[in-house]
Ligand binder design. Structure first.
Ligand code: ZN
Length: 189
């Protein structure tokens, strides 16, 4: 198990769009090792997902998993997913305001996400997937694909809602959890 250091905001690797992986390279020991390290690092940091550039790598890979997450206890579970060369497409134009955090950013804040997206990606065996994601799960996919495109939550957050984690807990958490729990009940994810 290798937990790699998470790159904080300000490092240029977070601003560089990642590079598509050649499908012929997915099975290589280097790529499989990077995937294992991403999973270990995400779990160690209690992230809901992590993108390869958050550990300084340039490959277009993200891993996502939500079990019981102390950082985001209101998030519905997502089984461990390895997404290589993921691409998102909007489905409809409905949006929801989500309060998001990020392992690379020491603040949280409100931003708008699409409620439904289509995701296409390869898994770590090179198998193609084409799936519809909804609700907070769709938000997580948008967050990770933003990373892979060189974007961070600070690009989208309404600056007046920015808060440290401690201030969020004290002043915003209860109202957000109540609203977002209602949303999760409505959309089912
Ligand atoms: Zn992030």
């Amino acid at each position: 198990m290798t937990v790699r250091p998470v790159v904080p905001i300000g490092h240029p690797v977070l601003r560089a769009p990642t590079i598509d992986v050649d499908p012929g390279d997915i099975a290589s020991p280097e790529m499989q090792c990077l995937i294992d390290d991403l999973i270990d690092t995400m779990r160690h940091e209690n992230g809901a997902g992590i993108a390869a550039n958050q550990v300084g790598a340039t490959a277009r890979i993200t891993v996502i998993e939500v079990t019981h997450n102390p950082r985001y206890p209101y998030k519905p579970p997502i089984p461990l997913t390895v997404a290589i060369n993921p691409r998102l497409e909007p489905v409809g134009d409905e949006t929801v305001v989500i309060n998001e955090g990020c392992l690379s950013v020491p603040l949280r804040g409100d931003l708008e996400r699409l409620v439904e997206v289509r995701v296409r990606y390869l898994d770590r065996e090179g198998v193609e997937h084409d799936e519809i994601k909804r609700g907070l799960t769709a938000g997580t996919w948008q967050h990770e694909c933003d990373h892979l495109d060189g974007r961070l939550i600070v690009d989208r957050i309404d600056p007046r809602t920015m808060a440290t984690w401690a201030q969020f807990e004290e002043h915003q958490r209860d109202a957000f959890v109540e609203r977002i729990t209602g949303f999760v009940d409505e959309v089912g994810s």
